[in-house]
Design a protein around this ligand. Structure first.
Ligand code: GRF
Length: 229
């Protein structure tokens, strides 16, 4: 079965694009299709990307967009069975979390549980990492619950922090990894194949011999030579 994914995005949508491109590249082997992109921001570039890719694009109802759509109604109309947050800056409404248990995930541009929580997004995350003196940052994909950045961690991919880094250079290095980690984690979560068999030379999965389901997704760790690529 090919899962039907809704992507929620507030900004540029490069993670959305990476996900769509990855699924397209998998052709008949793909485990999912993005069927809907929704944003809380009417002008979000993610919506333009969605339209260009021929996907349904919708603005969500908010104080700023009172005529916007109700996300749960949209998801039902489109028979969505999985939700990915890609740069979405709002909390996910509770009714969505209860209709999609363990089926809403988010990509965060740091190694959770550090550098997380309300207000910790975009450049602020990378600035905080640099100010902390951390030598490693990275990307995390996690399940979403009713607090920012707190749900169960599914996958992480570390990248080095360089002495010469600015928030912008660190953000760019982490974003490259996000673009790979999000699709690979979705694929692993949907269970179509073992990511170890991936043609991707930088990623492998430590997969516990556990019952199928969410517990099957383990931490993605690139081999040392892959760091920073
Ligand atoms: C990414 O770093 C994502 O992790 C964060 O916001 C950024 C969004 O990038 N939540 P994009 O909109 O996918 O280009």
């Amino acid at each position: 079965m090919i899962a039907r994914i809704a992507v929620l995005a507030s900004g540029g949508g490069s993670n959305l694009q990476a996900l769509v491109d990855y699924l397209t590249s998998r052709g008949g082997e793909r485990t999912a299709d993005v069927v809907l992109v929704a944003s809380d921001r009417p002008g979000a570039r993610a919506l333009e990307r969605a339209e260009r890719a021929g996907l349904q694009a919708a603005v969500l109802r908010s104080a700023r967009s009172p005529d916007g759509c109700d996300p749960l109604e949209l998801f039902r109309q489109q028979r969505v069975d999985f939700v990915a947050l890609a740069g979405f800056l709002r909390l996910v409404p509770k009714e969505i979390l209860s209709e999609y248990p363990s089926r809403v995930l988010n990509v965060h541009p740091a190694l959770l549980p550090s550098f997380a929580g309300p207000g910790m997004y975009g450049e602020r995350v990378h600035r905080a990492v640099l100010e902390s003196g951390a030598r490693v940052s990275g990307a995390t994909v996690h399940l979403v619950d009713d607090e920012y950045d707190r749900g169960r961690i599914l996958a992480q991919w570390p990248v080095p922090v360089l002495a010469t880094d600015t928030p912008e250079t660190l953000a760019a290095r982490v974003l490259r990894v996000e673009h790979r980690l999000l699709p690979l984690t979705i694929e692993a979560l949907l269970g179509a194949r073992d990511v170890r068999a991936s043609a991707d030379p930088l990623a492998f999965v430590l997969r516990p011999a556990a019952a199928p389901g969410v517990d099957d997704v383990a931490i993605l760790i690139p081999p040392a030579r892959g760091l920073g690529s």
